[in-house]
Design a binder for this molecule. Structure first.
Ligand code: FAD
Length: 492
């Protein structure tokens, strides 16, 4: 391939096709294109037409719009710009290559089934036309399939997977941000505004705008702030939604505005920081293991490309799910009558993100208290999360359901009252997102129906009027879920 690039004239352009890697730093495809010495065309394709492609949800489209604008600005400050095209990626990228007479297309690898199919078909088409394709590992520390069991098979349990990954050589250091890019100026581009990625009527993105700064600069600001102020204490407090202890890097990782290699090395360096800034190896290892869960989810997606739609364990195909649109809508709107569940669902709606512990609680509630198919939850998250991710979302929903590879057992049913009391002990998280309960004391805020009428009246709460009564009784719902599980086990 190198020989081809050398044979290609130095004025013949090359293409960098950006996808889920919307960054300049630690971007091996961009780095290789610049090193070719040829003019570089940076392109992004909005593909909603290829077969089996899963369209982004609303919150992710909002993020994408902002992230593309930030990438274009960063490219322009270095002598290039982002060329935007829409359509089936196979046709658009091969068409662009023919249009500008490109010698090579560079891109980083992706791991979802439709993405892989498009990339393979493109490589075949371009190479048949004498255009070379170079691909790189950029968004995962360990490529799916590279970590295997001792017997050489796929790994299905996180702990041995991560142990094996940790015994591999240290992930490579990240690449620098390029100082200059020899961009090709004359290529036509669509306008981002034509894509209408951001909501207008109604504009539901106010909370998203307040909460996030999409783009590489925002990602690195968040990473620096996390390493400086929140990594220390992460292991102890990461499960507390009332504290801002986790990194909130998930949407930045999802869109590749920061790479896992950058994360790995930035956090590892915190071990060697001056004493007052130094983090403990316990905090560091805990954080790295969460990055490991992301790697593991992709590893599972590789084993089961239909992870978002097919039970990993086929015995769950017999599960007697209920159809209950009223309950589903109450869950989506944060009106179940269980404060921790409602706080989580409203945090999701307002900010496009939800704390991990609360994702587990609301997921368990949908699946086990309401007996609604986990796929309905996965779809809602796909539409409303700014970090909606093909591997993490599907693998996590299957983990909660118990249908996954490395699953929480089905019979472990979270009690939303105890979970609230344990992880939001003062009720601050609930008060922030369910303000109608703000006047209740900490000992009652997770179970308002147990508050004496006088206390409810003093707090301005009328159950069933301005805050719902629980839509299911916890104990009865628990029994029903266990019965359903037993029925599935008998029929399986
Ligand atoms: P941190 O605690 O700071 O962790 C750092 C990074 O590690 C995260 O940004 C994320 O990339 C990764 N990570 C952390 N926890 C997990 C996990 N359990 N599984 C996989 N990766 C993890 N994460 C997504 O990125 N996209 C999703 O669509 C998504 N859907 C989920 C659905 C459900 C039902 C559940 C239970 C979890 C889901 N997660 C998803 C995983 C997790 O909740 C988020 O990654 C995490 O809350 C993001 O916050 P953070 O960046 O502050 O995490």
């Amino acid at each position: 391939m190198q020989a081809k690039a050398v044979r290609a004239g130095q004025n013949q352009p090359v293409i960098v096709w950006f996808r889920d890697d919307l960054r300049l730093g630690d971007n091996p495809a961009l780095d290789a294109a610049i090193r070719s010495g040829q003019p570089v065309v940076c392109a992004y394709v909005l593909d909603e037409e290829s077969p089996e492609i899963r369209k982004l949800g609303g919150a992710a489209r909002w993020w994408l719009s902002r992230s593309l604008a930030a990438l274009d600005e960063a490219l322009r400050s270095r002598g290039a710009r982002l060329v935007l095209r829409r359509g089936a990626a196979l046709d658009v990228v091969s068409g662009l290559a023919a249009e500008i007479g490109a010698s090579t297309v560079f891109h980083n690898r992706r791991y979802d089934r439709s993405g892989i199919a498009i990339d393979n078909a493109l490589a075949a088409k371009l190479e048949a036309a004498g255009i070379s394709v170079e691909t790189f590992q950029a968004s995962l520390l360990f490529e799916p399939g590279n970590i295997q069991s001792k017997a050489g098979g796929p790994m299905r349990v996180f702990t041995p997977f991560w142990r094996a990954a940790r015994s591999c050589p240290e992930p490579r250091p990240p690449l620098d941000v390029p100082k200059r890019i020899n961009g090709m100026a004359t290529v036509a581009s669509e306008h981002l505004s034509e894509w209408a990625l951001e909501p207008t009527a109604p504009d539901w993105a106010t909370g998203l705008r307040q909460a996030w700064q999409p783009g590489e600069e925002g990602a690195h600001a968040r990473l620096a702030e996390f390493v400086d102020a929140r990594l220390s204490g992460y292991a102890m407090s990461r499960d507390r939604p009332d504290r801002e202890q986790t990194s909130r890097l998930s949407p930045h990782l999802r869109f590749g505005e920061v790479s896992p290699f950058q994360l790995w090395h930035a956090t590892r360096h915190a071990l060697e920081a001056p004493r007052d800034k130094r983090v403990s190896s316990i905090d560091l290892e805990k954080f790295l293991s969460e990055i490991g869960w992301r790697e593991f989810s992709y590893h599972l997606l590789h084993q089961c490309p239909d992870l978002a739609t097919q039970n990993f364990q086929s015995r769950f195909d017999e599960f007697p799910w209920r159809t209950d649109e009223t309950a589903l809508r109450a869950w989506q709107a944060g009106k179940t009558g269980y404060p921790i569940v409602d706080a989580g669902m409203r945090q999701l709606w307002q900010t496009g993100w939800m704390h991990n512990r609360v994702r587990m609680i609301v997921g368990s509630f949908l699946i086990k208290h309401l007996l609604i198919d986990w796929r309905r939850g996965e779809e809602w998250f796909w539409d409303t999360l700014v970090d909606a991710d093909p591997a993490n979302n599907a693998a996590s929903w299957q983990w909660v359901a118990g249908s996954g590879a490395d699953a929480a057992p089905y019979f472990r049913i979270f009690n939303p009252i105890l979970q609230g009391e344990k992880f939001d002990p003062e009720g601050d998280y609930v008060r922030r997102y369910v303000p109608e309960l703000a006047g209740l004391s900490s000992d009652l805020i997770h179970k308002p129906w147990q508050a004496p009428p006088i206390m409810l009246a003093t707090a301005g709460i009328e159950l069933g009027m301005n805050y719902p009564c629980p839509i299911v009784d916890h104990a009865a719902a628990r029994r029903r879920a266990l019965d359903a599980f037993a029925r599935m086990t008998r029929s399986g």
